[in-house]
Design a protein around this ligand. Structure first.
Ligand code: ZN
Length: 253
């Protein structure tokens, strides 16, 4: 045996180290991530506005950076929720255990009480892969850009928003052809601030929606044959439509 004393990996919770445990948190980077996402979106728009040929490589770089941010965002959520679980688990496990003393030293050293090794588990969790949110509005823009660059009204072959599985197997199912109208179906004017319903994926201009929602908190989707009952909460900015309009405007210059 060497002369150094080995400390147990796991120790019971005492009133002293419970404070320490409570102080361990995942740093909240949500504001920084959100700012960086916005800055990538703005850079993409600036890039598209500055060129007449499709800047494929640069768009790909921005897309990779953006995906990295989405990954970081998911990782943060994942680690925060796991940490809460770990703390609760540890507190429960060690609630009735004796304080470390010479008598039980070896029990703790051998982890006979089966305490979770938080440090080890935490390191394992750090390296776990997380799924990014494939339905992210700007990721959808990146996916669509190569298709809509030359024709902003073009239907994209696969819409990440409308698909629930994570594969692109259904890529070829959508029939080629058909056009996306860049005008709001209610006001018949070109989209200014397009908003998409996440219940039926129909898009209307924000100004039209304000009119539609004026008399009531719920509306039936005005798209013929849809009729889904919608509230303002079902809508989010349709960034893809915004980019379609932007590209269309750039073509006209
Ligand atoms: Zn609808």
């Amino acid at each position: 045996m060497s002369g150094t004393v080995r400390l147990p990996d796991v120790l019971p919770i005492t009133s002293k180290n419970i404070d320490y445990l409570n102080k361990i948190t995942v740093p909240d980077l949500s504001q920084e991530i959100s700012n960086s996402k916005t800055s990538i979106q703005e850079s993409t728009i600036a890039l598209l506005s500055s060129t007449s040929t499709y800047p494929e490589e640069k768009v790909k770089q921005l897309e990779e950076m953006y995906k990295e941010l989405l990954r970081l965002e998911e990782k943060q959520k994942f680690l925060s929720s796991k940490l809460i679980e770990l703390k609760a688990e540890y507190k429960e496990q060690s609630a009735d255990l004796p304080r470390l003393d010479l008598e039980n030293w070896n029990h703790y050293l051998n982890n006979d009480y089966n305490l979770t090794n938080i440090r080890k588990k935490w390191i394992e969790l750090q390296s776990e892969e997380v799924e990014i949110n494939k339905k992210d509005q700007w990721l959808r823009v990146f996916y669509a850009l190569p298709y809509i660059w030359s024709d902003p009204s073009r239907v994209i072959p696969y819409d990440p928003l409308e698909n629930n599985n994570n594969t692109e197997e259904e890529e070829d199912i959508k029939v080629d052809g058909g056009v996306i109208d860049l005008n709001c179906p209610v006001s018949l004017k070109k989209f200014n601030l397009p908003m998409i319903s996440l219940k039926c994926f129909h898009t209307f201009d924000d100004a039209s929606l304000k009119e539609l929602f004026r008399p009531s908190k719920t509306i039936e989707c005005p798209t013929p044959g849809c009729g889904k009952v919608l509230t303002t909460k079902d809508f989010t900015e349709d960034k893809l439509m915004r980019i379609r309009v932007l590209i269309s405007d750039l073509r006209k210059q």
